[in-house]
Design a protein around this ligand. Sequence first.
Ligand SMILES: Nc1nc2c(ncn2[C@@H]2O[C@H](COP(=O)(O)OP(=O)(O)OP(=O)(O)O)[C@@H](O)[C@H]2O)c(=O)[nH]1
Ligand SMILES: [Mg+2]
Ligand SMILES: [Zn+2]
Length: 360
Amino acid sequence: MIDSSAFERLRGIGLTPAVIQELVALRHFCTEPVLMRVTEVQREGIRLHDGGSEHAARLLPALRATLAVDGEAIAVGDWVLAQQNPLAEWWAHERVPPVNQLVRRLHDGRDKVTRAVIVSNVDTAMLVMGLDHDFSLRRLERFVALAQMARVTPLVVLTKADLCEPTAERVAQVQALLPPEASVVAVNALAADTRQALAPWLQPGQTLVLLGSSGTGKSTLTNTLMASEVANTGANRSGDSRGRHTTTARSLHATPHGACIIDTPGLRTLRLDGEAGDLGAAFSDIAQLAGQCRFRDCCHQDEPGCAVREHVPHERLKNYNKLLREARRDTLTALERKVQVQQWKARGRHARVRAEAKRG
Ligand SMILES: Nc1nc2c(ncn2[C@@H]2O[C@H](COP(=O)(O)OP(=O)(O)OP(=O)(O)O)[C@@H](O)[C@H]2O)c(=O)[nH]1
Ligand SMILES: [Mg+2]
Ligand SMILES: [Zn+2]
């Protein structure tokens, strides 16, 4: 289904050998499947890129239903097998299982927790943070954990370097939160030379997602890396320089250099999706040191001989504990929900049995 010319074409929109492996393992249900990438997800339809051009398309209801059963939904960055019907309309028939997904939890404030995929199949999570009022190590820590829980390498891009000095101290503070292989770069998102500064991450076939709070310059960076105005940007509020949530939907763009970038709306809140154990992967320094605590079940609170408290900065440990509490609370409510659903089902069964007994 994919010859070398097709591969070259699709590489421009981020096709990787890992995706092809997933594709090969897939059983094909449609007769003339075309491999395309999801560049936008709208209320009714989706937009697909075939490496040459974009098409409006829709999801086959059967595909939507199968995904929903697994608590899944189609996301920007997904690869799908699509086919045109006799009316020349494109329909996505199947989704190639994603190589990775950045996922968060949405919470209705009471007890309902849902899993929401932000994007699929990315190589780098570009964590965009302003050097202005936006600068927050604790928020960044959350975004780093989001990337690491998906086994995606983070890259921190500090914007507004033309307005606020990217001091060596701040850069070192950021670097200290990152795994050794991850980098931090300070840029002026509006300047053309930012393309060179980020070139190492923009190799052909790479997919990057831009994440961060509103007003940090994700869309500005998108335009600079695309060398054209593809995304709307908006001036921040004058009082506190916070963003105005200008971008409202995720969108994937193929850059002239061959990498793909996904612009996203600023996240108001970010709740991580995962069990306590997944967090350990993101805070590997804590996990490693825990082995050296005097007590095996040390909670790193006030136990004597705690290696974690001794070596990990207090604020980082506090943040880790907070994320851990959040993860546990959400997991608990999810379990409770399951029990609740089982009770409802049992009640429904009893009601049916009673009704049948009456009739019979
Ligand atoms: N001087 C300067 N201004 C910047 C820089 N980055 C972004 N801006 C400005 O900050 C404002 C917000 O930029 P956007 O690119 O719209 O921010 P965003 O992250 O896309 O925000 P949302 O779409 O709301 O999430 C715009 O007025 C940009 O011109 C920078 O590095 N330097
Ligand atoms: Mg934007
Ligand atoms: Zn300890």
